[in-house]
Design a protein around this ligand. Structure first.
Ligand code: GAR
Length: 197
């Protein structure tokens, strides 16, 4: 991550609460002054993603690319790369971006691509992580910030947050407990990456 302007592009699919936590931390912790870093754009594969409206209201550039209108995964990822690269990103941050990425996409952003996953990786890659943790009788659950490789939910672990699984937990209750920790951990992990650069 070099250069003075470290643009961050955040990809979302839904509510964007992690994205909002990152934007708010970037402001509160003066990432622009300290690291030359700013959230330059928020991009979604869903036009209706709540987080897009929030980002727009903050004055952040937004874009939506509906993946269902593309002929193939390759075509979507190529268009997504073009939309991202307009902002010459130092970091591309996946924050609840619910798409499997092509190897070409991952390769293009090698060293610049990070994700948050709602489990303690390497346990429970993939979907329905909270229900699977409950069904397995896990006493602890959590979330992981990791670098992205072409293998789904793998790559170097940058940080983890742990929460207890409580008796009688539903997937929704556990997800909310994990999410509140994600909001603290993801901005902190990104700040560490920016500080290292
Ligand atoms: C978060 O819990 C995130 O870890 C998860 O989606 C949620 C998005 O919430 N990501 C994945 O499941 C990725 N496979 P948010 O839109 O409110 O940040």
């Amino acid at each position: 991550m070099s250069g003075v302007n470290k643009n961050i592009v955040i990809l979302i699919s839904g509510s964007g609460s992690n994205m909002a936590a990152i934007v708010e931390t970037a402001q509160a912790h003066r990432w622009q002054d300290r690291f030359g870093a700013r959230v330059a754009a928020v991009i979604s594969n869903r036009d209706a993603a709540q987080g897009l409206a929030w980002a727009k209201a903050q004055g952040i550039a937004t874009a939506a690319l509906d993946h269902t209108t593309f002929e193939s995964r390759d075509a979507f990822d190529a268009a997504l790369m073009a939309a991202i690269d307009v902002h010459t990103p130092a970091l591309v941050v996946l924050a609840g971006f619910m798409r499997i990425l092509t190897p070409a996409f991952v390769q293009h952003y090698a060293g610049r691509l990070v994700n948050i996953h709602p489990s303690l990786l390497p346990a429970f890659a993939g979907l329905k992580t909270h229900q699977r943790a409950i069904d397995m009788g896990c006493r602890f659950a959590g979330a992981t910030v990791h670098r992205v490789t072409s293998e789904l939910d793998h790559g170097e672990i940058l940080d983890q947050a742990v929460v207890p699984v409580l008796p009688g937990d539903t997937a929704e209750a556990l997800a909310a407990r994990v999410l509140s920790q994600e909001h603290l951990m993801y901005p902190r992990a990104l700040e560490r990456l920016l500080a290292q650069a």
